[in-house]
Design a protein around this ligand. Structure first.
Ligand SMILES: CC(C)(COP(=O)(O)OP(=O)(O)OC[C@H]1O[C@@H](n2cnc3c(N)ncnc32)[C@H](O)[C@@H]1OP(=O)(O)O)[C@@H](O)C(=O)NCCC(=O)NCCS
Length: 238
């Protein structure tokens, strides 16, 4: 998947334009939520199932609740556009700490969703593992401490070599790519974050102990707003 495959989507366009994916294709979309009409979230709530509505109700902060609702509605709308079934009819299997998946005839469609402060995103692929992560940028004073817990020595060296005011965004670039990879494999945080390194130019993952990048994977990274970073990982060979 290249950065050109990540689209800002108008939800109204998604609701009416069927966009079937062929085998091996993937698409991602994202949506800024900060300036949306509150009535929009109530409308999207009607697309969600009981599990999602109960989960949404557990957020204390309205904006976190809205981001959750928007991410799940956007995912349903994108899946619906890919398979033709109504967004509200889609059913999911959600084992604890595992990658959720679509049930039924369209289970060949794989997806990944992410929500962070003010931005939500999802990606759908036909017959390929896909993972996506979006994060809001924060200037952290303790970025080196956080990086020590989440990065390999090679990644840490990259961050230490960067100018101090560039370290937080560099860490988030690495972090989103690492999370996108772990969400694509379905391992989540059950796989140690320091068991693989992210490499830039070209984007790739190298398992610790290996010298060459992992083959069969595609990565893309974009900056959808001045304060958000997004990464997508796709396994292109089974
Ligand atoms: C999957 C995981 C990586 C998600 O991380 P996250 O950044 O917190 O949340 P995101 O919004 O990007 O993604 C959440 C979605 O990932 C999906 N997901 C959950 N487990 C998953 C897994 N094992 N594999 C793939 N996707 C998974 C779900 O759809 C989930 O949506 P929901 O929670 O709204 O139902 C998770 O293992 C996790 O707990 N991460 C913690 C992140 C963290 O500690 N960050 C510190 C930054 S320094």
């Amino acid at each position: 998947m290249s950065p050109q495959d990540v689209h800002f989507i108008d939800p109204a366009a998604l609701a009416c334009g069927a966009q079937l994916l062929s085998s091996g294709q993937a698409q991602a979309c994202l949506l800024a939520t900060a300036d949306l009409d509150p009535a929009q979230f109530e409308a999207w709530l009607t697309l969600l199932d009981e599990h999602e509505r109960q989960h949404a109700a557990r957020f204390h902060q309205p904006r976190h609740r809205q981001d959750y609702i928007a991410a799940h509605a956007l995912t349903r709308l994108l899946l619906s556009a890919c398979c033709g079934a109504p967004a509200e009819s889609l059913q999911f299997h959600r084992p604890p700490d595992e990658k959720p998946r679509l049930l039924g005839a369209d289970a060949v469609l794989r997806f990944s969703l992410s929500h962070t402060d003010g931005m939500v995103a999802c990606a759908v692929a036909h017959g390929q593992d896909i993972g996506l992560d979006v994060e809001a940028m924060i200037e952290a004073d303790d970025v080196l401490d956080t990086a020590q817990a989440a990065c390999t020595s090679a990644e840490l060296a990259l961050i230490e070599a960067a100018a101090p005011d560039a370290r937080s965004s560099l860490f988030l670039r690495l972090w989103t790519l690492k999370e996108a990879f772990l969400k694509a494999t379905g391992e989540g945080l059950s796989r140690p974050l320091d068991s693989f390194s992210v490499q830039f130019d070209p984007l790739a993952v190298i398992l610790v102990g290996d010298h060459r990048p992992l083959t069969g994977w595609d990565f893309a990274q974009i900056f959808p707003s001045p304060r958000h970073i997004l990464a997508v990982a796709t396994r292109c060979a089974e």
